[in-house]
Ligand binder design. Sequence first.
Ligand SMILES: [Zn+2]
Ligand SMILES: [Zn+2]
Ligand SMILES: [Zn+2]
Length: 478
Amino acid sequence: MNIETESKPWVSSSKKESVVLETLDGLEFQKVCGRIFEKLQYGRVEVCPYTGDMGRDLLIQTNAGLIVVECKHQPNSSIGRPVVQKLHSAAISSRAIRGILITTGKFSVQAIEHAKSLAPPIELIDRNILTDLATQAGMELILEGKKHTVLTYPVSSNDKLQDRINRSINSRFKSYPEIASKLLRIKNRGFAMYPSYVIQYDVNATFETSVGVIHRENAENRIILIDGNEGKLLKEEIAKHIKSASLTVYDESTYKDSNLKKVSFRIDDNTLKTLSMKYISNFHTKNKTYWGKNNQKYTKLCVPNERHIFISNTKQVYVPFQQIELQAFKIKYDITAIENSENLLCYTKMFNCSVCGGYIKDTKTLCNSCGAIVHNKAILDSHSFECKICGKTLCRKCTYDLGFNKKVCKECALKNGKDLKPLSVEMNQHTILGILFIIGGSIGVLMNFLLLTFVFIIVGIGIMLSNQKSQAPPYEFI
Ligand SMILES: [Zn+2]
Ligand SMILES: [Zn+2]
Ligand SMILES: [Zn+2]
């Protein structure tokens, strides 16, 4: 049985390409500028490797000749006269017809004045002109400082998501005759938008006592996520998971055909600042022990404060928590997942065995009769079987015993003319064998085989304890 997924337009971003400048590094910014010139059909654009600073980041071959371009992604600074001079020299030595200097910041008055007098000419493009050019090229540039642009992480289309899940689950399941990805299909999908602030920061703290430096706490480009509604700290695994994911502008129409829940942003800037400092400080607080001059051991709590913490970036982001419902036959599995470009961070109970309820660490068996996920075959009290006749993988509840330990599926049992009851879910082989060993050991006492008795009783207890269930981890990657 193959449950069809409805195709809904869960496209990864709006049709118009939008670029959030603050999320780009120098080379990425160069490439974006190159793309703008390409779309405006200036000529053939070549992006130069981002090494050293030769005063030329892009080369544009036009019909009239070469244009050299220098790109400065420095939103908070003003470009001075020396940068203009440098590009001018580069233009001369490259025999260019023109130079173009781009900045996401501003130009100083001296730079503007100087550029006016040059030949070959140097054209200055500041953030406003750049935004206009981008618009003409059909792109939307989101500049830093344009506050309250809510961003989000892109999500895959339904088909692509199913592909990603398939790739990951087939290797984790024993499933016959159908492979796991044939049976486990996305049945429903919804989105819960979690209002969050992504806080990027550096920490640079040195802790000293009379004996000298006892601890240095250094961190660069770390991020934490703060819930924008209640101000709680989001789990560390989420921050790690989405750190490398690309951002796009949040556009509600992307989700217009799907079940969307959205919580609003509520905390104000001051609260956010205070909370960020508090969380970052807590996160980097360490207890250090050291030896004092009098040869005594001391402990000092090293707490970074506002002087040690530099918040380099704050982004307002809707983190999409996807509610995915997978279905195999009539059994449904719920997954709450967050995507990045590699995999899905998942909170789910689907890997708990449907026979014993315990977590299944390694390969799982997928019952091809009912869709249950169960522990692999075991010697005692097995939670799964393979049909002795057709080979179908079965959970215990779908297994029938033809006698002489011949375990089969329902269809094969019926073909054999037998209408039996499926195996009981009550299991006692562990207990029986354990008790047998303990009784055996006790008999040993009577016969004075003390060492053997000891071994028997330990093995007996071991067998009984080996039946214990393992606990599910807090999250999984699919
Ligand atoms: Zn089990
Ligand atoms: Zn089953
Ligand atoms: Zn069978």
